[in-house]
Design a protein around this ligand. Structure first.
Ligand SMILES: C[S@@+](CC[C@H](N)C(=O)[O-])C[C@H]1O[C@@H](n2cnc3c(N)ncnc32)[C@H](O)[C@@H]1O
Length: 293
């Protein structure tokens, strides 16, 4: 790959998905895009870039998909789900007793293990949530992972990662070497394609937002912009849950950490500064090209 091709791809990925690659990540692009270009019958990444420059939206969306990291597993990091069951949900059930409805957003849900882990936690709550209207919305940039999430079908390896055996037996059906999560759990999760770089106000306001292990790929300006918009999408007494390597500290004061509950953040009501950070300024091209994703 030539340095100009690398720069072209780096900028395109930043504009379309937020992925912030440092100057030395050629190997990552090559390992993900060489198979894609070979499968498409192209001579290599150079020809792929030429096709994209020629306006091939199809190749562009395939490149963006190929460069997303979709790593996930059931009950990833365990503690956020313990907090969800033991403190977040009991508090929200108390606070919403009169309206009896709760909205949960899994903002980069990947292949479904995270939203379905939340759905299984809720199912385990049994009578405590009987008669409540509980929405779980799983969104992701990648259509491919959303299709897998909707199907809810996992390999033996995937169900062995993080999922307690009792839950596997209780909530999954085995078909050959694959396991499908039961339809009543699948029905608890709605799926939508959504790029976090774009506006998400049409989704409404949520009591709980899980936005884990996605912001780590973005630069500081993009993170701040997304935190500021997430704060508007969080109920004043709602909760934002981030991944273990992510924090708002030092970036924005629209959320603050919960004392003694690692990974949980509460909106402060502070107003975000009105000016968007320069790093996420290229809104127009992003919207235009992403429409074809
Ligand atoms: C590493 S996975 C994390 C999945 C899950 N949240 C977890 O913690 O296990 C990151 C997910 O973020 C998605 N993603 C990447 N860029 C995105 C963007 N700009 N908007 C929405 N989702 C994005 C990827 O497609 C991928 O499925």
């Amino acid at each position: 790959m030539t340095p100009p091709d690398y720069e072209y791809l780096r900028k395109l990925l930043k504009d379309l998905s937020g992925l912030d690659l440092s100057a030395d990540k050629q190997y990552l692009i090559e390992s993900r895009l060489l198979p894609l270009s070979r499968n498409a019958g192209l001579s290599g990444i150079g020809e792929l870039v030429q096709k994209m420059k020629g306006g091939s939206g199809d190749f562009t969306s395939q490149v963006v998909e190929a460069m997303t990291t979709n790593e996930t597993f059931f009950f990833r990091d365990k503690i956020p789900f313990d907090h969800f069951r033991d403190s977040i949900m009991p508090e929200i059930l108390r606070a919403r007793a009169s309206r009896r409805s709760i909205r949960i957003w899994c903002a980069a849900g990947s292949t479904g293990q995270e939203p379905y882990s939340l759905a299984m936690c809720l199912k385990e709550m049994g009578a405590a949530i009987a008669g409540w209207r509980i929405e779980i919305i799983a969104t992701d940039l990648s259509q491919e992972v959303l299709e897998k999430s909707k199907a809810g079908i996992y390999s033996q390896f995937e169900v062995q990662r993080g999922l307690p055996i009792q839950m596997l037996v209780k909530y999954f059906k085995q078909t050959g070497e694959l396991w499908q999560i039961n339809s009543d759990i699948r029905a608890m999760v709605q799926h939508r394609q959504l790029n976090l770089l774009h506006g998400f106000s049409p989704l409404g306001v949520f009591d709980v937002i899980f936005c884990r292990n996605v912001l780590i790929y973005f630069d500081q300006g993009t993170k701040i912009d997304i935190f500021n918009r997430l704060a508007k999408a969080t109920e004043p007494d709602g909760v934002l849950v981030l991944g273990a390597a992510e924090t708002v500290v030092g970036l924005t004061d629209v959320f603050k950490p919960y004392p003694e509950r690692r990974g949980l953040y509460r909106p402060t009501g502070a107003r975000a500064p009105p000016i968007r950070m320069p790093a996420v300024g290229a809104v127009a091209p992003r919207v235009a090209v992403a429409a074809s994703l």
